[in-house]
Structures are given as C-alpha cells and as structure tokens.
Design a protein. Structure first.
Length: 608
C-alpha cells in the first residue's frame, strides 16, 4: 500500500519517507513502532521522544536479530491442553516471538535451566493426578536433580474439574514448585474448570501484555486459542455441528443390567474429519422435567430473560436452564459461591473450613434441585443466581468407527447412566438424552475433540495390544476398522471384559468377523458375573503373561481405555508384574521399562 498526499494527513516529504520506510519493516518492527507511537501519545510533556525510545525498549533491529524466546510446555491427557498450547504458540509466533512448543513427555528436563521464559499448560486427572504425559516431568521437578531456576520467568495455566476435591492440583503443584526453585512468576496462575475458554483467553492476554509491553492493547478471543487450526471444517468446540442421528440401538441383550447404545451420526456437509483415538464432544440438554421442577421450587419466571455469555446475549430462563447451565452436578466451589451470594447461615456453616468431609458427603449424588430444596433458596433473582453456575460442559465419547470405512459418518458407544439416591431417580444428562429423548432423524450438537495422545502407531507393521472393558471397547473398534481398511500388517490383540457373555458382549459379531478374516489376531474376554469367582481383563493378561511380554519385546504399543480409578490402575499394576516376572527385572527396573514405553508413546491411556 502506498500513501498519497491527498488521502493522508502528511505532507509530500513525509509521505515519501513513509513510502520508503514502511515496506522495509518486518512484522516485529511494525508491532514495536505501533506500541511506541501509542505510548508517545500518552506521555507527559516533559518526556522527550528520545527518552521514551531509550526506556526499556530494545531497538527494532535488536528485536529482529534477537526475538524473545518462549517455551510453551504442555501436559495433556485428552488433548485440551495440547490444543490450547498450540493455539497460543501460533499467536505468539504471529507477534514475532520465537516459540518452542513441547509436550512434557518429550521435553529434555535438564534443558530447563537454559530457558528464560516458560508457559506451562497442564491438566489434572481425577483426584489430583498428573496426566500421563506429565508424570516424568513432575518427578524431575520434585527430584534431587531439579536445578535452581533464578533466571526463569514463568506462568501456569491449569485445567481441571471442580467436581473433584483436588481441583487443578497438578497445575498448583507445578506453579509452587517452580517458585520454590527460584523462578519468577510472570502472571498469577489461573485455574480453569471444564468451561475453560474465557479464563484461558484472559490468562493468555495477561501473558501477552507482559511479553509485549510496547504493543498496542491486545485483545484475545477464546476461539483464537482453542481452535485447532488444522481443521478445514468450520465447526468446532465453540461452533458445534448439528449431526443427524442415523441409527441408535441398544447393544445389550434382554436381561442385562446395562444399556449401551451404538449410535451412528451423519457428518454430511460438515467437512468434519476425525481419526481413530479422537472423541466426539456432545453438548447435551438438561432433562426438561428437572428444569421445570427447579423453576417451580425457586419461583422463577420461566420466560424471564437471562444473560448466557459475556457478550450479553439473553434467552428465556427455561431455555437457559435446559441448554446453557449445568444443574445436575454440585461442586465445593459452587456451594461456596452460592453460600456467599445467598448469605444462607446453614449453607455458610456447611462450607466453613474444617467441614470438607461434610461438603463431600452432601454433594455426592445431589444436584441443584436438592440444594435449592434443602436450604430453601427461594425468592432469589435468577439473573444474578444463574451466572454462578458452570456453563454446560460437553460430554466426550470415543469414536467407535473409522472415517475411511464410513465416509461422512461417526459411530459412538454410549453407556446409559441411571441410578437412585436421596429419594430420587437420577439420570446421566447426555447418556439418557441419547437413550430416551433422541431418535433417528433428530440431531445432536457435536464437535471433534482431537486426542493426539491416543493414536495408532505410524508404523502399521508394529503389533498393538488393546485393553478396553465395557464402553472402553469403543476406540478399539475404530482402531481395528481403520487397520482393516488400510490393510495394516501388524498383529493385534484385544482384551475385553464385561458382566455377562450372553447379554454384554459388545460388538460381538464384529470381533468374530475380524478374527475370522485375520484383521484381529487374538482376543481374550473376561465376563465377571458368569462364574462364582470374578474374573477381569487383568486376570486374562496374567494368564498370557509370557506371550504378552514377547509382544512388548517385539515393539507392541499398549492401549488402555476405560475407568481410571479401578480398571486402569489394576491394568497398570498387572503390566508391571508381567514385565518384572517375564523380563527378570527388579521392581524399579520394571517401572523404568514401563516409563520408557510411555515416553516412546508405546503405552497410551484414554481413561476417565
């Protein structure tokens, strides 16, 4: 673009100078110049431009020759932290910074003392555990080899789930430990709940302001840092796609204690792409009956307008409660906020320090309707009360299909949650919506949740071992379907478990066909309720310990999907036992062997 005298406030000489200078400036130099001019406008009359240029601002040429280096380190289990870190790194690079984006699993920890600027994005699993990819980095930080870090500037973004007592515990530990080692906080840590878009954007905006003091005011939109950037589709977590339901059928036989639905959704027209190992996020709707009971209990006007986001968008209260706010889960932070807002003396007493056990007991199995009823929370202004609630979080379901085998479709395996507690029947928000209130021809709001930490090996000739009881079988259906289409040469071994062979053998005909065709090399099953002595997948693994270890020696990748608290822990211990026994290792050597597998991405878990 060329400046002209007739369309600018400059004289001819100034225009000529600008037209010579501006085309030669790099992006970094343009940013610095913009910040310089902005700051110049706001300084007092006693400050000269020469003084201003000399204060704390390296010259543009110095910036160009020595751009600020920033390491962005992420620890991610399901991919959220990785996606955020990648989005932030792109924005930093666009602003002229030199960025090193690294998973904690791949980071050479002894290089930490050479870093000057560090951004940490890390999640917490369950009750305070680090994600698998962050385990070794945490051990290093808390070990004797951790260096002094007086020259390090850092900031931590922590992701978690406030329904757990140790909310964002891993991020808190990293933040405190880095400070103990002498590092300096650039900004305060921010702890994000399931609804992490806005707080993550606010944290990043504050970080940017610290790194680019000379920049013009920076505005960061949540979409800019949560977007994966590689998707050709216009649909995303913040812009879900309405997918039509092709088919929904119960996989369990008559008499089963379970309901597990196989759902087939249309992706036609969305240009959505997914890979085996990814998940589909579904934005569910709250049960209309629970919403109506809550409105009746509170005395709220169902047609009153309620703000649902920071943009000020408003919808009728009944619609907001159905679609926008979580009302079926109570958390300690929520109780604290409501106690402070209502000034209810009984509720305030419950959340006092020292009553943590009572809070944990109360919130277990109860929802917002219980809270409103138990503490007579009526007559409160809905427009002020509802913003205290969490936004409706999406529910994630592993894809159970290969896109190559099923173009424009995605299949899911949804286990229905139903139980009774505190005198009321309770239902899983998303699972029961899918089972009871969504029929073929209707739609679900979905998006693809990428999970780069749960992927088939790049070398398809390598063997794989898949361990997935119950609905944990879903991603392995996508794995085997993908390997069938791509004609992968590597061996494959599946361990599956559930309650009863007759009623709970999910996708039985698929596995039998793949075994017959040689697509699946080997399968072992464990049905815990078919015999007096319960048998689980880890028992089957031990029965075949010698062969399983031989597969590991041959370079097999082990995949585990399912319940984290019990199954995944038991399987982990069983793997250690097999490695120790069959490899003639000590306990410490077995732990090191499995840790190395994890680092080499040969031990991957998708647990919940």
């Amino acid at each position: 673009m060329q400046f002209q005298v007739n369309n600018s406030p400059f004289n001819q000489e100034q225009v000529e100078l600008l037209n010579v200078l501006l085309p030669t400036l790099s992006q970094t130099q343009q940013i610095w110049l913009g910040g310089y001019l902005s700051a110049l406008k706001n300084v007092g009359p006693d400050v000269s431009t020469a003084d201003l240029a000399a204060v704390g601002s390296p010259s543009a040429s110095e910036n160009e020759a020595h751009p600020v280096e920033i390491t962005v380190l992420f620890g991610s289990q399901t991919g959220n932290c990785q996606e955020l870190a990648a989005g932030m790194s792109r924005q930093l690079e666009e602003r002229g910074f030199k960025v090193a984006l690294t998973s904690m699993n791949d980071f050479k920890a002894n290089a930490l003392k050479k870093i000057q600027n560090l951004l940490v994005v890390v999640s917490t699993q369950g009750e305070g555990d680090p994600p698998d990819t962050a385990i070794q980095f945490k051990e290093f930080l808390y070990g004797r080899r951790a260096p002094k870090l007086e020259n390090l500037n850092y900031s931590v973004l922590a992701l978690g789930d406030s329904s757990y007592e140790l909310f964002c515990e891993t991020g808190k530990q990293f933040d405190e430990r880095l400070a103990e080692l002498g590092a300096t906080r650039l900004t305060n840590r921010i702890d994000c709940d399931l609804d992490y878009d806005d707080p993550a954007a606010e944290w990043f905006e504050e970080v940017l302001s610290k790194f680019a003091e000379s920049q013009v005011s920076v505005q960061v939109q949540p979409d800019a840092i949560v977007s994966g950037g590689t998707e050709a589709s216009a649909f995303s977590r913040t812009n879900p796609f309405d997918a039509e339901i092709f088919e929904s059928m119960n996989l369990n036989g008559r008499g089963s204690n379970k309901e597990t639905y196989h759902m087939e959704l249309s992706l036609e027209g969305s240009n959505i792409h997914y890979e085996p190992g990814d998940s589909i996020g579904i934005y569910p709707e709250n049960d209309p009956n629970i919403v109506d009971l809550l409105i009746e209990e509170t005395g709220w006007d169902p047609n009153g307008l309620i703000p649902i986001n920071k943009k000020g968008e408003e919808v009728p209260l009944q619609e907001a409660l159905r679609n926008n706010f979580e009302i079926t889960v109570l958390t300690k932070p929520l109780l604290q906020k409501i106690a402070a807002f209502t000034q209810n003396p009984e509720l305030q007493h419950l959340v006092e320090p020292g009553n943590e056990a009572a809070v944990t007991e109360y919130i277990h199995g109860r929802d917002l309707l219980d809270l409103v009823h138990d503490y007579s929370l009526t007559g409160l202004p809905a427009s002020e009360f509802l913003p205290l609630l969490r936004k409706m979080p999406p529910r994630l379901y592993s894809v159970a299909s290969s896109l190559k085998a099923n173009p424009d479709e995605v299949h899911l395996t949804v286990g229905t949650v139903r139980y009774e507690t505190h005198g009321r029947e309770r239902n899983g928000v998303c699972s029961v919506q899918c089972a009871d209130r969504k029929n073929p021809g209707e739609t679900l709001s979905i998006y693809v949740h990428k999970n780069p930490n749960f992927k088939l090996p790049e070398d398809s000739s390598k063997p794989i071992i898949m361990i997935g009881p119950g609905t944990g079988i879903a991603p392995f259906r996508s794995f085997v379907e993908e390997r069938e289409v791509t004609e992968a040469e590597g061996k494959s071994w599946l361990f599956f478990g559930d309650q009863h062979f007759v009623t709970d053998f999910l996708y039985q005909t698929d596995w039998q066909r793949w075994l017959k065709d040689g697509v699946l090399t080997k399968m072992d099953v464990a049905f815990s309720r078919d015999r007096a002595e319960k048998v689980y997948v880890q028992h089957r693994m031990l029965e075949h310990s010698k062969e399983l270890y031989q597969w590991l020696v041959e370079g097999a990748t082990v995949y585990v999907c399912g319940d984290e608290k019990n199954m995944a822990s038991d399987v982990h211990d069983t793997l250690l036992t097999i490695i120790e026994r069959e490899g003639s290792f000590s306990t410490e050597e077995a732990h090191a062997y499995l840790a190395k597998m994890q680092q080499e991405k040969r031990y991957q878990r998708d647990v919940y």
